[in-house]
Design a protein around this ligand. Structure first.
Ligand SMILES: [Zn+2]
Length: 427
């Protein structure tokens, strides 16, 4: 019996080992290496986090020309990098001064950082730096070190079908949070700088662009928070290293491209919509203090100037809080039409439909939302309530249970969810 158990145990260990170790060619050194995460799995994880990253950064910037400009510039630089993964480039609405990448290829540039840039070589420098992190597998190394086997279980969806569903959601939530606040080490920053300078240069951009950004950040540092610096520390030695590297290894850099007509046009598009976004930032402060009427008038002004998905989403939220459910649905629909990857308006629309007793419509909306962001507790609560209302007992129990298992306990509906579950289970 014991022997049999031992054999079984060895078999388990071996299968875990074969599951976890992948031999791949390191794109930078060209040598064979063993990794826990395969490139395919890394791409898979990155893909799962895209919608959360967009949601946290308040949606995609609505202008198609701007998005395709970012995509073309990014793809051009990515094409000179040794690692070929699923590169994607997004400009997000956030006014934070930030840029970041996800494992396996997605790269995000905020509206806030682009507004601080003077020319195309600066944007190229920031994108090339993020490409440096992806090429050096810094995200994958973070995931391997922090989560180990549990990420493999999550991404391979081993437990997705069974009753441990909420533990998978919690795993994913943890990984999403970790990736969106990921801090790299000093060595990793230096490595990404060196690669970024090389990639920008090889793609035909003046590699001193990144130095322009560094200087800008140093001068802004005292006046306003710079999110990019909180995840990419910038000590003076780092700037000196890059200066020295460029002057010794990249001669004639000044002859490379510094700016373009496209950059100038894109920047003017962003500047033209800035006032509208500033009204949203102000409205958010009033929303925080539950001053919805003041928030509403600011959001009306914002939408008059430029109807962004972000402004429509916040106005939908305000209307929801003012119990104007039809208006909330209308605004949410405008936001969804502009940006189908934005989770927040789907959640607001689903809640408004729930309040109007439109159970089936609310279910359809929230299930769509679940395909984008899987770890939102409110989503499961309202799905549970809807399913209970249409008499689908199993789905009601499943969603309410998940809601309670993943909530932070401060959502306000916890007691109601427990009461519903007791009555659904018949005790
Ligand atoms: Zn960095």
């Amino acid at each position: 019996m014991r022997k049999r158990f031992f054999k079984f145990f060895v078999l388990i260990i071996l299968s875990i080992f074969s599951l976890s170790c992948v031999a791949e060619i390191d794109p930078l050194s060209g040598k064979k290496t063993y990794t826990l995460l395969s490139t395919q799995q890394e791409i898979e994880i990155g893909r799962k986090v895209i919608a959360s990253a967009i949601n946290e950064n308040e949606g995609l910037y609505p202008d198609r020309e701007v998005q395709s400009y970012i995509k073309n510039l990014g793809s051009k630089i990515a094409s000179v990098t040794p690692r070929q993964v699923e590169y994607q480039f997004f400009l997000v609405n956030s006014s934070d001064i930030n840029a970041f990448a996800l494992p396996g290829g997605p790269i995000f540039i905020t509206r806030g950082i682009l507004l601080k840039m003077e020319n195309e070589s600066e944007l190229a420098g920031v994108i090339a730096h993020e490409l440096g992190h992806i090429n050096a597998r810094h995200h994958a190394k973070f995931l391997e070190k922090t989560y180990g086997m549990s990420i493999l279980v999550s991404i391979l969806g081993i437990a997705l079908q069974d009753s441990k569903y909420s533990s998978v959601i919690l795993n994913l939530a943890q990984i999403t949070g970790g990736l969106l606040q990921l801090k790299f080490s000093r060595d990793q920053e230096n490595e990404a700088d060196a690669l970024g300078v090389r990639f920008a240069y090889d793609a035909g951009y003046d590699p001193r662009g990144i130095l322009g950004i560094f200087e800008k950040f140093k001068s802004l540092e005292r006046g306003q928070p710079i999110e990019w610096l909180s995840t990419h520390p910038l000590p003076d030695t780092r700037i000196k290293n890059v200066q020295q590297m460029i002057s010794t290894q990249y001669p004639n850099s000044s002859r490379l491209r510094q700016n373009s007509q496209s950059f100038i046009r894109i920047k003017s598009v962003l500047l033209a919509s800035k006032e509208s976004y500033d009204y949203v930032s102000e409205a958010k402060k009033y929303i925080k203090n539950n001053n919805y009427s003041q928030a509403l008038s600011l959001l009306n002004r914002s939408i008059e100037l430029y109807g962004s998905n972000q402004a429509y989403t916040y106005r939908a939220l305000v209307n929801l809080n003012l119990k104007k459910y039809y208006e909330a649905i209308n605004d949410a629909d405008r936001a969804i039409d502009i940006d189908s990857l934005y989770f927040q308006p789907l959640l607001i629309k689903g809640i408004a439909q729930n309040r109007l007793n439109r159970w089936n419509e609310s279910i359809a909306t929230l299930e769509k939302g679940k395909n984008l962001v899987r770890d939102n507790p409110d989503l499961y609560y309202y799905l549970g309530v809807n399913y209970q209302a249409i008499g689908n007992r199993n789905k009601a129990i499943e969603n309410l249970t998940t809601a309670l298992e993943i909530t932070d306990g401060k959502r306000g509906w916890e007691t109601d969810a427990q009461r519903r579950l007791r009555s659904l289970r018949g005790y």
